[in-house]
Design a protein around this ligand. Structure first.
Ligand SMILES: Cc1cc2nc3c(=O)[nH]c(=O)nc-3n(C[C@H](O)[C@H](O)[C@H](O)COP(=O)(O)O)c2cc1C
Length: 205
């Protein structure tokens, strides 16, 4: 687990691997050990997927590989570049849109890439590392820079590292959100039974 805890105030007890995962924007400068990085992608490998198609791909770069680090960072929107540039590892996830068994469209490709990302993030938490996922990327730029083929699409960006001191972030929204309370909708607002919008008794409190 990380030194810098920011546990979720869960309404009922959940596993600490889940409550201790969070998305920092401040990272320590120390590199992530290559063996740990390897473990993250092994964890992603074992995610479930529709037809076991495993439609996930990752393009990863460590700060030590400055050229490729810059190329991945260039695929993030400016807001994300501003803080993600300080992470020791950056990455992009890519989805394969075609099923391997019959070439049909894989309707669950993004879902399964998300599952792999979540699995990777939980494995990271177990190692004291945190992963900040990003929708704010430039998929067309990623296609151009990395030669992503037509049936594949960049899904999300990732900043990976040991969480750092929030005071290294500029004052204002970034720093405040790093230190503020963690918030979620109540379970009652999204677990239904019988018909849409009718809260299940399981989720009543
Ligand atoms: C698919 C996805 C896209 C996200 N996009 C961004 C982003 O572009 N920039 C950013 O700063 N955070 C981004 N986040 C982080 C979320 O804001 C964060 O997960 C959410 O506020 C909940 O906080 P937590 O992960 O610390 O629990 C993204 C997270 C996910 C899963």
């Amino acid at each position: 687990m990380s030194d810098r805890h920011r546990p979720a105030p869960a309404a009922v007890p959940i596993h600490e691997l889940i409550s201790h995962r969070w998305s920092p924007r401040a990272f320590e400068s120390r590199p992530v050990e290559p063996a740990k990085l390897r473990t993250l992608f092994e964890a992603a490998r074992w995610a479930a997927s529709s037809y076991n198609a495993q439609p996930w791909y990752f393009i990863v770069a460590t700060k030590g590989d400055s050229e490729n680090f810059r190329r991945v960072l260039d695929c993030f929107v400016e807001f994300n570049q501003n803080w993600a540039k300080n992470a020791p590892v950056v990455a992009l996830s890519v989805a394969g849109h075609k099923m391997t068994h019959d070439g049909s469209r894989n309707r669950h490709a993004f879902h399964d890439v998300g599952q792999a990302a979540a699995t990777l993030a939980l494995q990271a938490t177990a190692l004291g590392i945190q992963v900040h996922q990003m929708a704010g990327i430039l998929p067309d730029k990623a296609r151009e820079i990395f030669g992503i083929p037509p049936d594949y699409e960049a899904v999300a960006g990732f900043a990976i590292g040991y969480p750092g001191d929030p005071l290294t972030l500029p004052e204002g929204r970034l720093r405040d959100s790093e230190m503020g309370p963690r918030q979620r909708k109540p379970v009652s607002s999204f677990v239904f039974t019988g018909k849409w919008g009718q809260t299940s008794p399981i989720a009543a409190n």
